[in-house]
Ligand binder design. Structure first.
Ligand SMILES: Cc1cc2nc3c(=O)[nH]c(=O)nc-3n(C[C@H](O)[C@H](O)[C@H](O)COP(=O)(O)OP(=O)(O)OC[C@H]3O[C@@H](n4cnc5c(N)ncnc54)[C@H](O)[C@@H]3O)c2cc1C
Length: 306
């Protein structure tokens, strides 16, 4: 989480600038809002904390109303002792407490980072937004980071060892509640890895029954170049077979591609940096496929910068 890093730097009196290509925060802790009644967490489903730092952050987020515990109706084998925490009213709200008074420049895609005499030049898709900085921190998936630092051959060869698995997703809303009591289904098929009733999460509008379906990494790899509508149809078809009864009327059906969803081969340490500590790279791909690892990576980079 780049925002974790920016927050820590800002709290220590520095003035980080955050470039974000989307129009909102959250990254893969994503929420798609269709209208007042329907939203989906189509990326990260919930977070758990193993370490104290992330636990403390989550406790604060719960206190401030940005997060809450999700208590889905689960099969016994999916139960765990770890609390499942989600953002309210969507997963991307989980990072809201980090944003206060940060200089976040939305809708700007960084297209390159190159060393100049006076520092690092950040090139973007908006030419008026090019600036020189003394330090640069990249917290995008490793395969995307490698394309931004084309001059840094030694770092690129390290990044090339890292990989992330894709995940194809479908968001579907039914006009009536499905008759299955469970809020999470795993049918063990080669197609669907995870099906969750999004409308069972706290403080979601549940006028309708909304589900998020995630394809398995293997299936997602095969269908990665398909149209989003095709992906959604295919995932729904597999869900239909699991449900067995006729499905109610579908109000919304959309597909989404996460080309770099879950860290697979990781870096094995919390971040990567040049020896002169002017360029840092981090994210979940450093240590593992969970938001907590991204959080820890951001914190570790901030500590190294300060
Ligand atoms: C389908 C799916 C399910 C998941 N389930 C879980 C789960 O249940 N529990 C869990 O803990 N984790 C889960 N994860 C993983 C979790 O979402 C990630 O570990 C975490 O969000 C990674 O954070 P990050 O900051 O490293 O990267 P990201 O969240 O990818 O953030 C990178 C940010 O950089 C921006 N960006 C990228 N390129 C550029 C550019 N060129 N210029 C400007 N901005 C750019 C992006 O828009 C994004 O906001 C899941 C992820 C997916 C996709």
């Amino acid at each position: 989480m780049g925002l974790t890093c920016a927050r820590a730097l800002s709290d220590r009196g520095l003035s980080p600038v955050v470039y974000e290509k989307s129009r909102g925060v959250g990254g893969r802790l994503a929420t798609r809002r269709f209208n007042e009644d329907v939203s989906f967490d189509h990326g990260g489903q919930y977070v758990t904390a193993q370490g104290d730092n992330f636990q403390t952050y989550l406790n604060e987020a719960i206190k401030s109303g940005s997060a809450a515990e999700w208590l889905p109706n689960l099969d016994k084998e999916l139960l765990s002792t770890k609390k499942k925490i989600v953002g309210v009213t969507g997963m991307n709200d989980l990072v809201r407490p980090l944003c206060k008074e940060l200089d976040i420049r939305f809708n700007i895609t960084v297209t390159g980072v190159s060393r100049q005499k006076k520092g690092w030049l950040i090139q973007t898709d908006k030419s008026h937004e090019e600036e020189i900085f003394d330090k640069v921190i990249l917290t995008v998936p490793a395969p995307q980071a490698r394309d931004l630092i084309y001059d840094e051959t030694p770092l690129i060869s390290v990044l090339d060892q890292v990989s992330l698995l894709p995940c194809l997703a479908a968001m579907v809303t039914f006009s009536e509640k499905l008759t299955i009591p469970r809020d999470v289904l795993r049918n063990g098929s080669e197609v669907l890895a995870w099906c969750a009733r999004d409308s069972s999460k706290p403080q979601r509008k549940n006028t309708y029954d909304s589900w998020v379906l995630h394809g398995t990494p293997r299936w997602s790899k095969i269908w990665l170049d398909a149209e989003r509508d095709t992906i959604a149809e295919k995932l729904l078809e597999n869900f239909r077979q699991t449900y067995q009864n006729p499905l109610p009327e579908i109000r919304i059906l959309r597909g989404h591609k996460w080309r770099f969803a879950l860290a697979d081969k990781t870096l094995g340490k919390e971040f990567l940096a040049l020896d002169d500590n002017t360029l840092f790279l981090g994210g979940d791909w450093c240590m593992g496929p969970r938001a907590e690892y991204a959080f820890n990576s951001g914190r570790a980079i901030a500590a190294a910068v300060i």
